[in-house]
Design a protein around this ligand. Structure first.
Ligand SMILES: [Zn+2]
Length: 215
């Protein structure tokens, strides 16, 4: 599954989407829909079937947002998230995902909006569950800087997933490398999450404090 966000601890989070079999079924249904006569019963039935699968996807994403936001709000004092504009993210995601030779491209048509929606909802819920503890930050250059040696070059970002430093050879998951850089921007023990398509966020480790009760 595609990575939707990475924490500077190395953990990766994925917004759950549809299973491959479900994606194939939606495609089949959409072809059937295109062939169905306007106003026909058949057309209505196919529409309903598509709607059911999409609703399943929405439910999965909501569950994921609730669970993930609760866990992060409990574990960390300060949560840093990339200041992002969802629309820009979707646009750039399309550009990024047309990297040749990978099968992310096949998913690009369906998934950028899903990732964007999942990330946007996650940030919203985090702000509600950890009021005053979510900080939006500017991620400039963090995806180009080597966390090991500090060398900054656009070529370091070898692909959507791989960071390979041209100076020292350091290799890491591209989003985890960026998350670690964001972490270092912060004072103290900071953990940063970075969304795969653009967004990133982070958190400072929580000092012993009463566990947040979350809504
Ligand atoms: Zn390096």
């Amino acid at each position: 599954m595609a990575v939707s966000a990475a924490l500077s601890t190395g953990e990766r989070l994925s917004v759950p989407g549809l299973r491959n079999t479900e994606v194939q079924r939606v495609r089949r249904l959409q072809r059937r829909l295109a062939r169905a006569k306007p106003g026909s019963n058949r057309r209505a039935r196919v529409r309903t079937a598509i709607g059911r699968i999409k609703a399943r996807e929405t439910d999965r994403r909501k569950d994921w947002v609730e669970q993930t936001s609760t866990a992060l709000a409990r574990r960390y004092d300060l949560i840093r998230v990339e200041d992002l504009k969802i629309k820009n993210m979707v646009r750039s995601a399309r550009g990024t995902l047309t990297v040749p030779g990978t099968n992310v491209r096949a998913k690009a048509g369906l998934n950028p909006s899903i990732h964007a929606a999942g990330w946007g909802q996650l940030v919203t819920r985090l702000e509600q569950k950890a009021p005053g503890r979510v900080e939006k930050i500017n991620p400039a250059y963090t995806s180009q800087i080597c966390h090991a040696c500090g060398h900054r070059a656009p070529e370091n970002r070898e692909s959507q997933a791989v960071f390979r430093c041209r100076a020292c050879g350091h290799v890491d998951h591209a989003d985890v490398n960026a998350a670690k850089n964001i972490r270092d921007i912060a004072v103290g023990r900071t953990v940063t999450a970075r969304g795969a398509l653009q967004p990133l966020g982070g958190a400072v480790n929580r000092e012993p404090q009463p566990v947040l009760s979350s809504g």
